[in-house]
Write a protein of this length. Structure first.
Lengths: 101, 162
């Protein structure tokens, strides 16, 4: 039996679900950020699978753009985390709960 | 091929679960690198060779190095690593499980293509042609986005002088 499209989509959904659970249950902002990266990667897997099973390259192009934007987003997000750490001396999401300090 | 799919996806999901479950952020980062490598393996199985290379270069290389640098910079003491609180854990697990079950139910009732088409050329050459013809505007906008991110990061990480 060959691997079907739904198998790839199920794996992608499982990875997304793990990332979602991580975002909800972890308190460390760095780990929350890592879980977000995992969710982005899960969507990439779904797009690449659709791309192959429809024999169209557009999905892969979209994954390329997602990876580029994710790299930029990680740089900005980590800079924000460092700036927050300078002010509050913590990376716990429980203690970073004010919009203005 | 089939066996490789099960190995890659199984190990990837295991590492992903350990990323979330692990208490120490540096260990989580190392496991996340493994997740990205297994994802690159899945991309190879999907004949997306270009994406596999990009995945390893950008994610496992650049992004994770950035994560580890920031962790070294922040110097999180072990006293700050606390145990999980039970309500958040329960909420996270139930939300993730509910999402997966929902997705599974949708997949079961949808008509998806079963077999992959044979004539699919996913080399770097067709991707490059597509990127510089049909998708040239988003490609250029991406460069602007990267520039904006660069300026933003420099602005965010400079010390307050006033």
């Amino acid at each position: 039996m060959n691997i079907a499209l739904s198998d790839y989509l199920l794996v992608s959904a499982a990875l997304f679900a793990i990332g979602l659970a991580g975002v909800v249950m972890r308190r460390n902002t760095l780990v929350i950020y890592m879980s977000l990266e995992m969710m982005l990667n899960a969507s990439n897997l779904a797009l690449a699978a659709f791309s192959k099973f429809n024999a169209a390259l557009n999905g892969q192009i979209l994954v390329f753009f997602i990876i580029t934007v994710a790299a930029a987003e990680v740089a900005v997000g980590l800079a924000i985390i460092v700036a927050l750490f300078r002010v509050r001396q913590t990376v716990s999401a429980d203690e970073i709960n004010l919009m203005k300090y | 091929m089939n066996l490789l799919f099960y190995i890659f996806s199984g190990l990837m999901l295991l590492c992903a679960a350990l990323v979330v479950a692990n208490r120490h952020p540096v260990t989580s980062a190392m496991l996340l690198i493994l997740v990205f490598f297994f994802m690159a393996g899945l991309f190879v199985l999907l004949e997306a060779f270009f994406l596999a290379v990009i995945q390893v270069l950008v994610y496992a290389g650049a992004v994770m190095v950035l994560f580890l640098f920031v962790m070294m910079l922040l110097d999180i003491r072990s006293s700050q690593i606390r145990r999980q609180n039970a309500p958040a854990m329960l909420a996270g697990l139930s939300v993730g499980f509910a999402f997966w079950v929902e997705f599974w139910l949708i997949l079961r009732h949808s008509a998806l293509p079963v077999g992959a088409p044979m004539n699919f050329d996913a080399g770097i050459r067709p991707i490059g042609k597509l990127l510089f013809s049909e998708f040239v505007l988003p490609f250029e906008i991406t460069s602007l986005l990267l520039l904006a991110a660069l300026v933003g990061v420099v602005l965010l990480s400079q010390k307050e002088t006033r």
